[in-house]
Design a protein around this ligand. Structure first.
Ligand SMILES: Cc1cc2nc3c(=O)[nH]c(=O)nc-3n(C[C@H](O)[C@H](O)[C@H](O)COP(=O)(O)OP(=O)(O)OC[C@H]3O[C@@H](n4cnc5c(N)ncnc54)[C@H](O)[C@@H]3O)c2cc1C
Length: 414
C-alpha cells in the first residue's frame, strides 16, 4: 500500500484522511496536542468556549451531508435549531436579520428615505461595482448603508470599504433585487435561503465533538509540527519518514516556505503577499436572550458580533447565575485584555469576561488574481504527487461543510 502524509488535523485534514484511509497507509501530522484547528473548544469552569467563533453545521451539498451523517447520529448526538439572528442598532432597536427585509420596523422618516433609495435604485442601470463600498451602496441604498452596512463592515474589515475587493463575495452575501426587498418587507419575510438558516449543533462539547469523533479511527501524530517537506527522488520526506504522496491542509503561506526539492519560486512572493484577518474571540457570560447571532454596527465599541453559544446546547452552560448564558463576542484582529474589558462595558447584555483567544488566521482575503494563482500552483504540485486543500491552504472562505466538500472533490483524484 502506498503511504500518504496529511499535514493538519483540522476539518480538512481529518476529512482527507477518511476519504483516503482505505486506499493508502495514512499518517496525519498535527502541531497541536489535539484535533480541530479552528473548530477547537475548551471548557472554562465547565462552560464551553469555542476558541474561534461558535461553529454550527449544515450544508447545501447532499454528498457532504450523506457522508457526515455516516459518522454521527443526527438524532442522538445533534439538535436542529433555527437561526434567529438580529441586528442591535445604536439606538437600541433589535431588527431581525437580514435587516433589508425588516425596514418596516424603523421610524416613518427612515422608511421614507429607504423607499426613496429603492425608487432611485430602480431607475438606475445596474453597473458592475468596483469595490465593496460601491456594491453595498448600489445594492442596499444610502440609508441602509449608513445605518448598518458601513459601520458593521468597517468594524469587520478594519479598513476603508473602498479597499475591500469584490472577489471574496461570490456566493457569500445575499444579492436581493429592489423588487425582492419590497416583497420581503411587505410580507415580513424572514431569512430562509442561507445555508445556515437552520443548523445542526452537537449536544455535547460543540464542534470539538466533530473533531474528536473524526480523529478516532485515524493514525494522528500530535505535537508534530512539520517544518520541512522535501522531495527526494520520487518520494517525499516528512518528519524523517518517506511518503509517496502528501496532502497539506495547513496554511499556504507556511507551505510555500517549507517545501523543498520542487521549483515553485515564482509563487513565493505572491503567496507571501496574501492578506488575511485574525479574530479575537472573547468568552463571556451575558444576559439570557432568544438569539443565535447578534450583529453590532454600533460604533461605541469595537466588537462586531455576539454568538450566543449558550443557546445552542444546555451543556454549554454550567453553574451560571439565573438569567445568564455563555457567548462568544468577536473582535477583528488582536486586541489586548485591557481593551477587551473596556469595550465590554459598552457591549449590550452586560457581558462578563471569562476568557479570550486570538487566532491570527481566520479570514483569508482574496484579490482578483488569488484563485487563478492558487489553481496553477495546485496543478503544478499535483504533478509531483503533492496536493493541498483547506481554508488557509486554498485561501478560501470555506465553512466546515465546504472544506469537507473540497476535500471530497480533491480525494477523488488522488
Ligand atoms: C470566526 C469563524 C467562525 C466560523 N464559523 C463557522 C460555522 O459556524 N460553521 C462552519 O461550518 N464553519 C465556520 N467557520 C469556518 C471553519 O472554521 C473552517 O471551514 C474550518 O475549520 C477549516 O478547517 P481547515 O482544516 O481547513 O483549517 P484549520 O482549522 O485551520 O486546520 C489546520 C490544521 O493544521 C494544523 N497545522 C498547520 N500547519 C501545520 C504544520 N506545519 N504541521 C502540523 N500541523 C499543522 C493546525 O494546527 C490546524 O489544526 C468559521 C470560521 C471562522 C474563522
Amino acid at each position: 500500500m502506498e503511504k500518504i502524509a496529511i499535514i493538519g488535523a483540522g476539518v480538512s485534514g481529518l476529512s482527507v484522511a477518511h476519504f483516503l484511509k482505505d486506499k493508502y497507509e495514512v499518517i496525519v501530522f498535527e502541531k497541536e496536542d489535539r484535533p480541530g484547528g479552528l473548530i477547537k473548544c475548551v471548557r472554562v469552569c465547565g462552560n464551553l468556549f469555542h476558541t474561534c467563533g461558535g461553529h454550527i453545521f449544515n450544508s447545501k451539498r447532499k454528498d457532504v451531508l450523506e457522508w457526515f451523517w455516516t459518522k454521527f447520529s443526527r438524532e442522538n448526538e445533534f439538535t436542529k435549531a433555527e437561526r434567529n439572528s438580529v441586528v442591535f442598532t445604536d439606538d437600541g432597536k433589535k431588527i431581525p436579520y437580514p435587516i433589508e427585509n425588516h425596514m418596516y420596523l424603523f421610524e416613518e422618516d427612515v422608511q421614507k428615505q429607504f423607499i426613496a433609495d429603492l425608487v432611485d435604485m430602480a431607475k438606475k442601470e445596474e453597473v458592475e461595482p468596483a469595490n465593496f463600498e460601491e456594491f453595498l451602496r448600489n445594492r442596499f441604498g444610502e440609508t441602509l448603508y449608513k445605518i448598518y452596512f458601513q459601520p458593521y463592515n468597517e468594524k469587520v474589515w478594519r479598513r476603508d470599504l473602498k479597499n475591500v475587493p469584490m472577489s471574496w463575495l461570490e456566493g457569500k452575501l445575499p444579492m436581493p433585487t429592489v423588487a425582492e426587498m419590497i416583497f420581503n418587507n411587505i410580507n415580513h419575510v424572514k431569512e430562509k435561503e442561507f445555508v445556515h438558516a437552520t443548523f445542526w449543533y452537537e449536544k455535547m462539547n460543540g464542534s470539538q465533538y466533530i473533531a474528536d469523533r473524526l480523529a478516532e479511527e485515524l493514525n494522528i501524530q500530535y505535537d508534530s509540527e512539520v517544518a520541512s517537506i522535501k522531495k527526494s527522488g520520487d518520494k517525499w520526506i516528512v518528519c524523517d519518514q518517506e511518503f509517496d504522496k502528501v496532502v497539506f491542509c495547513g496554511n499556504i503561506k507556511e507551505m510555500i516556505k517549507i517545501i523543498k526539492g520542487v521549483d515553485i519560486d515564482e509563487y513565493f512572493d505572491k503567496v507571501c503577499a496574501l492578506e488575511y484577518h485574525g479574530t479575537t474571540s472573547v468568552f463571556c457570560e451575558i444576559d439570557s436572550n432568544p438569539y443565535s447571532w447578534i450583529y453590532q454596527p454600533d460604533r461605541c465599541h469595537e466588537s462586531h458580533r455576539i454568538i450566543c453559544t449558550g443557546n445552542f446546547a444546555d451543556s454549554n452552560n454550567k453553574d451560571l447565575p439565573e438569567g445568564r448564558i455563555t457567548a462568544t463576542i468577536e473582535f477583528t484582529d488582536a486586541i489586548s485584555k485591557e481593551d477587551i474589558i473596556d469595550n465590554l462595558t459598552r457591549v449590550p447584555l452586560r457581558p462578563k469576561y471569562l476568557d479570550h483567544k486570538y487566532n491570527k488566521y481566520t479570514y483569508p482575503i482574496q484579490d482578483a488574481n488569488t484563485r487563478d494563482m492558487i489553481k496553477k500552483l495546485k496543478r503544478l504540485l499535483a504533478s509531483d504527487n503533492f496536493y493541498f486543500t483547506g481554508r488557509f491552504a486554498d485561501w478560501e472562505y470555506y465553512n466546515m461543510d465546504v472544506a469537507i466538500g473540497a476535500a471530497m472533490d480533491l480525494c477523488k483524484n488522488i
